[in-house]
Design a protein around this ligand. Structure first.
Ligand SMILES: [Zn+2]
Length: 464
C-alpha cells in the first residue's frame, strides 16, 4: 500500500513537471538570426521548448494555451557580469570607501547572505533568467548551488576568488574575494583548488599601475590560463587598459570583462579578439555609478527604482551619513560633483566608441553590468546597460543578441548551450513583453510574463 502511494506521488510529480503549455499568437523574436515572426506559437513541454510554429495551430497539440496576441516573446535575458557577494549598497566595497564605522562590513556580508532569495527574485522580475557571477569568495559556489536549486532564481555560472597582483585586506573576512598571487606555481595551485570546486570560470584581476607593470604579472597570467585550460575551465580577465587587455588575450584569455577605457582600440586589437573568439563584456553602467553615488548625483532609472531592493537604494544617499564618518574620497566628490561627472563623461567618450568598433568588427559582445558594485542595482541595472549600448550606436537587435545568444556563449557549458535562443530543444526560459524591443530596446523592460524552466511567473506577482 505504502509503495503504491509512493508511485502515485512520483507519477504526479512527473505529470506536473511535464505539463505542456503553449504561448499562442505572439510575435517571436529570435535575436540569433534577427528574425521577427508574427502570429507564432511556442510549444513548451516541461522545461524545454518543443517547437515554434507560425499561423493557426491544431489546439489538441498545444496543451494549456496562453494567449499572447499583441505580445512579443524573446529568450530570457542574461546578465554575464554580476557579483552576489556585493549588495550594490553604499557599504559593500570598504576597500573603495570605508564605512565600517557606520555599518561594519561583517554585518553587510551577513545581510547579503540572508537576502539571496530576494536578489534572485529581482532578477526573475527583470526577465533575467541566467546570470554569470564574475568572482567572489569561495562561498560564491554555495550561492551558485542555492540558485540552481531554486525555481524563482536565475541559472548561475560562477567564478571564485579573483587572482590578482594586489590584495584587498578590507574585504577579507577569512574567505577573501580577491587573492594576491605572487608566482606562477602559486597561481597553478590556486587554479587546481578552484577546479576542485568546479568553478565555471577562473577570473584574473589584471591590475596595472606604476608598482605593477603589465610584464611583471604576465607570467602569472600565462600560468593561470594554462592551468585553467588544462582543467577545461575558461578564464575571464579584468583588463581596462588597451595594452593590458591585449596581453591578456595574447596569453589566451577567453573573456575580457569591462571595456578598454584608456584609449581607442586599434584594428589589430579588434582582429585579435575576433581571431581568438574572445568574448568581451563591456559593463558600461558600473562606470557611472561609483562617481554618481559618491557625488550625490545618482539618477537611477524607473526600472531600478521599481525593482531594485529598497534598502539598497535608500543606503545610496550619502548625505544621510554624518559628516565626520564620510571617507575623504566622498567628501571631495561632494564638494566638487562636476569633476566626478566630467570623469564619467571622459570614460564614456572612450568606452562607447570602442564598443561600437568591436561590434562592427565582428567581436562577440555579451551584455553585463557588474551589478552588486556600489550603485549598480542587481536586476534592473541591465536596462541602463542597454541604454548605454544604444548610445554607443548598437542597434536594438544587436543589443538583444548581446543579452541572449552571445551571453549564452559566455555562460558556456552544457547549460549555456541550451540558453539564449527560441527553438526546438532549448531551455524554456522566455520573456513575454507588451511592446516590441526590436523597435526600441527600452521595451525590453515592458514585461508581462517571465517563464523560467517552463514555469510561468506573471511579472506583477514576482516581488509580492
Ligand atoms: Zn566585476
Amino acid at each position: 500500500m505504502k509503495k503504491s502511494i509512493g508511485l502515485f506521488l512520483f507519477l504526479c510529480a512527473i505529470t506536473a513537471h511535464a505539463e505542456k503549455l503553449s504561448l499562442v499568437g505572439g510575435t517571436v523574436i529570435t535575436p540569433a538570426d534577427g528574425k521577427v515572426m508574427p502570429n507564432a506559437t511556442v510549444v513548451i513541454n516541461g522545461d524545454k521548448i518543443e517547437r515554434v510554429s507560425i499561423g493557426k495551430q491544431d489546439a489538441s497539440s498545444l496543451g494549456k494555451q496562453i494567449d499572447c496576441a499583441g505580445k512579443f516573446i524573446i529568450p530570457g535575458l542574461i546578465d554575464t557580469h554580476v557579483h552576489f557577494f556585493q549588495s550594490g549598497d553604499l557599504f559593500t566595497r570598504p576597500d573603495g570607501a570605508d564605512f565600517n564605522s557606520v555599518r561594519p562590513y561583517k554585518d553587510e556580508v551577513t545581510w547579503i547572505k540572508s537576502h539571496l532569495d530576494d536578489v534572485f527574485a529581482r532578477y526573475i522580475r527583470c526577465g533575467i533568467t541566467s546570470v554569470v557571477d564574475d568572482g567572489g569568495p569561495m562561498w560564491n559556489f554555495e550561492v551558485r548551488a542555492k540558485a540552481n536549486a531554486t525555481a524563482k532564481a536565475p541559472r548561475v555560472a560562477a567564478a571564485g576568488p579573483l587572482i590578482s597582483s594586489v590584495s584587498r585586506e578590507k574585504l577579507d573576512l577569512g574567505d577573501p574575494p580577491i587573492v594576491k598571487i605572487e608566482s606562477p606555481e602559486q597561481a597553478r595551485e590556486f587554479v587546481r583548488k578552484l577546479a576542485d570546486k568546479k568553478a565555471d570560470f577562473v577570473k584574473i584581476w589584471y591590475i596595472v599601475d606604476q608598482d605593477h607593470p603589465i610584464e611583471a604579472f604576465r607570467p602569472i597570467v600565462r600560468a593561470t590560463i594554462e592551468e585553467s585550460h588544462a582543467h577545461n575551465t575558461r578564464v575571464m580577465v579584468h583588463a581596462t587598459e588597451l595594452e593590458t587587455a591585449r596581453a591578456a588575450v595574447e596569453e589566451g584569455a577567453d573573456i575580457l570583462v569591462h571595456s578598454v577605457l584608456d584609449k581607442p582600440v586599434d584594428d589589430a586589437f579588434v582582429k585579435l579578439l575576433k581571431d581568438r573568439h574572445t568574448i568581451l563584456c563591456p559593463t558600461l553602467v558600473v562606470f557611472e555609478r561609483y562617481g554618481r553615488v559618491f557625488s550625490h548625483q545618482l539618477n537611477l532609472t524607473t526600472e531600478e527604482q521599481s525593482w531594485g531592493n529598497p534598502e539598497v537604494i535608500a543606503s545610496l544617499d550619502v548625505t544621510k551619513i554624518p559628516q565626520d564618518k564620510l571617507p575623504d574620497r566622498i567628501k571631495s566628490a561632494l564638494a566638487d560633483p562636476k569633476t566626478s561627472l566630467d570623469r564619467i563623461k571622459q570614460t564614456y567618450d572612450v568606452a562607447l566608441p570602442n564598443l561600437k568598433k568591436l561590434e562592427d568588427g565582428g567581436v562577440t559582445i555579451a551584455a553585463g553590468t557588474d551589478a552588486g558594485n556600489v550603485g549598480t542595482i542587481h536586476g534592473p541595472a541591465l536596462f541602463r546597460e542597454f541604454q548605454l549600448m544604444k548610445q554607443a550606436g548598437l542597434t536594438d537587435m544587436q543589443i538583444l543578441q548581446c543579452a541572449t545568444v552571445n551571453a549564452a556563449k559566455l555562460f558556456g557549458g552544457p547549460v549555456g548551450a541550451g540558453l539564449g535562443q527560441i527553438g526546438e530543444g532549448y531551455l524554456a526560459d522566455l520573456v513575454v513583453l507588451r511592446s516590441n524591443p526590436a523597435d526600441d530596446i527600452a521595451h525590453a523592460s515592458d514585461i508581462d510574463t517571465v517563464i523560467k524552466n517552463g514555469v510561468i511567473y506573471p511579472a506583477d506577482s514576482i516581488l509580492r
